[in-house]
Design a protein around this ligand. Structure first.
Ligand SMILES: NC(=O)C1=CN([C@@H]2O[C@H](COP(=O)(O)OP(=O)(O)OC[C@H]3O[C@@H](n4cnc5c(N)ncnc54)[C@H](O)[C@@H]3O)[C@@H](O)[C@H]2O)C=CC1
Ligand SMILES: N/C(=C\C=C\C(=O)O)C(=O)O
Length: 487
């Protein structure tokens, strides 16, 4: 009889040790719908243990010099890089994204996150002012906040987790991280490298499980003074409520309903492939993805024809297929939610130009139960439709015509979100004018997702509170104090 392979069981990582949990939940491979591994279903008890470990580790870690901490972060980056292929395979299987994307974006960026903050932490300076007439000087000092609670989502699992862990550690905090219960495997693999990189026990603790159980235990813990969260707006609301009694520092990176604004003088040869990518990269599961495309009327027909042709070439395939541009969506529930938006659009009289319900999806027999969906383009839709207002977070984008600059700015700003926009035009003056008026934390003109990690990243309105980046993350993960000396 053939031996059945034992299911992978993840363990929490607390105080430098892997610890089993009393209960577990299943985590699925989105490309097959089969169980991939089991995740600890942790709760308050595990958070209490992690807080105890993080508290004990804090004095030692926070008193190291930035240079010493930087060396540890660089070593961790090297170790991650050496495991790039193994991590990419695991990330792709866990999340449903293509292996190509995991290899070229998720894991390299995770490595870069550690290298970047290992370097940037060495370059901060503080302010000093003088009041000679009173014989005084004033200066500021920054100190780490304490135990940082970090909660990350499932769309870019290791990429976004390390974007929080690296600056928190670099600034001298100890950390309790809770990855999404849907995508925990690469966080668990990271734990295996910590000791080798020289991270002392208790500096990084990773506790797995669901938002309502372990997430809330972390957010509510009185000894965790700071929460950095990336995820949905309703969860951010809950986190804000739970942390309010403790006046915690909060950084909230939330969703978007990101517009692409395409003027008649845009270079369509560049704009069309970039807008296909900005709509459908990572199955449309990036908070920065385009989901409302405004096209100036004079080029609307040409744009639409070429955009739909290019979308049809955005191949959906099994994540390991090197020719696939898109893999599977994260879960069955999410797939159903995304499909329900397309149904709603149809019921409102919109046209589906390609994708869901129009084209045929071809998948191998083994992947028939996977959570796949074709990239879908919707037209003839009103701005008031939920498809034009709510974050769908899947491979669905809406295309609509506009007449004037003034009109399109007003329509682009007419949603509750304000995260990322793209503007396509050869007119430099217009590009600056429009970018300035958009209610959006990030505006990419004639490009998408070119990241400069030094500069502020984050959203306006319901897209979040706070910014992340070299200076912004340092400010968030430290407390500032003003000292006055009379001489
Ligand atoms: N970066 C973004 O903009 C993201 C947006 N989303 C949006 O959210 C929708 C729902 O996805 P979800 O996985 O449910 O996102 P979510 O916001 O519920 O999950 C993000 C993280 O928060 C944790 N969490 C959930 N409830 C919590 C609570 N009460 N207290 C503390 N932590 C909690 C989760 O376990 C996960 O680690 C998506 O369809 C998408 O629209 C989802 C992921 C990322
Ligand atoms: N926060 C998200 C993406 C961030 C990308 C970046 O920092 O480059 C998201 O999709 O949730």
């Amino acid at each position: 009889m053939a031996a059945t392979k034992a299911l992978l069981m993840l363990e929490n990582f607390i105080d430098g040790k892997f610890l089993p949990c009393t209960s577990y939940i299943d985590s699925y491979d989105p490309s097959t719908g089969e169980v991939y591994y089991r995740v600890p279903d942790s709760g308050k008890e595990e958070i209490d243990a992690a807080v105890e470990a993080a508290r004990r580790a804090f004095p030692g870690w926070s008193s190291r010099s930035p240079q010493e901490r930087s060396q540890v972060l660089n070593k961790l980056a090297d170790l991650l890089e050496q495991s790039l292929e193994e991590l990419a395979q695991a990330e792709s299987k866990d999340q449903g994204k293509t292996l190509t994307l995991a290899r070229t974006m998720d894991i390299p960026r995770s490595v870069q996150n550690f290298r970047f903050f290992a370097s940037s932490v060495l370059h901060h300076t503080s302010e000093c002012t003088q009041m000679d007439h009173l014989g005084c000087m004033h200066y500021t000092v920054r100190t780490p906040v304490g135990i940082a609670g970090l909660i990350s989502p499932w769309n870019l699992p290791l990429y976004l987790l390390t974007w929080k862990i690296a600056p928190a550690m670099a600034a001298g905090n100890t950390v309790i991280a809770k990855p999404s219960e849907l995508t925990s495997v690469t966080a668990w693999m990271l734990c295996k490298l910590l000791d080798k990189a020289g991270v002392p026990p208790g500096v990084v603790n990773i506790v797995f499980g669901t938002g309502p159980r372990v997430g809330e235990a972390l957010v509510s813990h009185p000894e965790v003074p700071l929460i950095s969260f990336t995820g949905s707006q309703p969860t951010a609301e809950r986190i804000t409520q739970l942390s309010a009694p403790h006046c915690k520092k909060l950084s909230l990176e939330l969703g978007g309903k990101n517009p692409a604004i395409i003027f008649e003088d845009a270079n369509l040869d560049e704009c069309i492939p970039a807008t296909v990518r900005s709509s459908f990269a990572n199955q449309g599961e990036i908070c920065l993805c385009t989901s409302r495309i405004f096209v100036q009327k004079s080029i609307y027909s040409e744009f639409l024809k070429r955009f739909v042709e290019a979308t049809r070439k955005w191949k959906v395939g099994v994540p390991s297929d090197p020719s696939a541009s898109m893999g599977a969506l994260i879960s069955k529930a999410h797939l159903e939610k995304v499909r329900s938006y397309v149904k709603k659009a149809l019921s409102e009289g919109a046209q589906i130009q390609c994708g869901e319900g129009v084209d045929k999806l071809h998948l191998p027999a083994r992947n028939q139960a996977g959570y796949f969906m074709l990239p879908t383009v919707i037209t003839d839709i009103k701005d008031e439709s939920c498809c034009m207002k709510e974050e769908i977070f899947g491979p669905v984008t809406c295309v609509t015509p506009f007449d004037s600059e003034e009109e399109v700015i007003q329509r682009a700003n007419s949603v509750k979100y304000g995260l990322a926009a793209t503007v396509w035009s050869r007119d430099v003056g217009r590009v600056h004018r429009v970018a300035k008026q958009l209610q959006s934390g990030l505006v990419w003109t004639n490009c998408w997702l070119i990241r400069e990690l030094n500069l502020p990243f984050g959203g306006m309105k319901s897209s979040g509170i706070g910014r992340e980046g070299a200076k912004d993350s340092y400010d968030f993960f430290t407390e500032i104090k003003t000292i006055t000396v009379k001489h």
